[in-house]
Design a protein around this ligand. Sequence first.
Ligand SMILES: NC(=O)c1ccc[n+]([C@@H]2O[C@H](COP(=O)([O-])OP(=O)(O)OC[C@H]3O[C@@H](n4cnc5c(N)ncnc54)[C@H](O)[C@@H]3O)[C@@H](O)[C@H]2O)c1
Length: 172
Amino acid sequence: MTETVLVTGSAGFIGYHTVKRLLADGFKVVGLDALSNYYDVSLKEARHAQLTHERFIPVIGRVETPGLMMELFEAHNDGYVIHLAAQAGVRYSIENPRSYLESNINGTFEILEAARAHPPKGLFKLWGMNGTKFANVRTLNPCAELGIKGKVWHQTRLTAFRNIPSISIKVL
Ligand SMILES: NC(=O)c1ccc[n+]([C@@H]2O[C@H](COP(=O)([O-])OP(=O)(O)OC[C@H]3O[C@@H](n4cnc5c(N)ncnc54)[C@H](O)[C@@H]3O)[C@@H](O)[C@H]2O)c1
């Protein structure tokens, strides 16, 4: 039977290559991406277009949209989830702090709640940095804290969810 992998951030740098490899390896892939304008949207559209395949189902949407992840997890709870959708970078949090709250905190919250209700075989989350590396950014600009606090929030929340036996979470 063809296994399904739900990849969030499928039009992103890492997501695109991840989906490409999964398709080559025979998986069915549901790729969710908001095509955010953090950088060139046409590049993200081109990546999704290149992934066109009978086993690739693109979904344009935001992870933090209430109910969306619940719906996708319910439909594909026999498979795996690779959560890569995120507002990346720390410096940009000074310019647009809200995008971190929405994508990274609310988005991951929705992912974890969906996993609790419909546990996938495995949930993988890519970690961007260790918490101490940017410790001094706090002294530079209070808004940059959102990037750091988001990571700390993830760490705490993911650790708590890793203790739920029905959910298998790997943080890479
Ligand atoms: N690129 C690296 O060197 C690197 C290293 C370590 C960790 N990471 C982490 O890996 C993840 C992916 O990184 P990347 O380099 O592919 O970044 P990226 O910005 O290229 O990809 C992220 C994708 O997520 C999408 N996205 C953003 N917010 C979304 C939302 N709310 N809902 C749905 N989609 C949304 C964007 O449109 C984008 O296509 C990030 O969490 C990043 O912090 C990246």
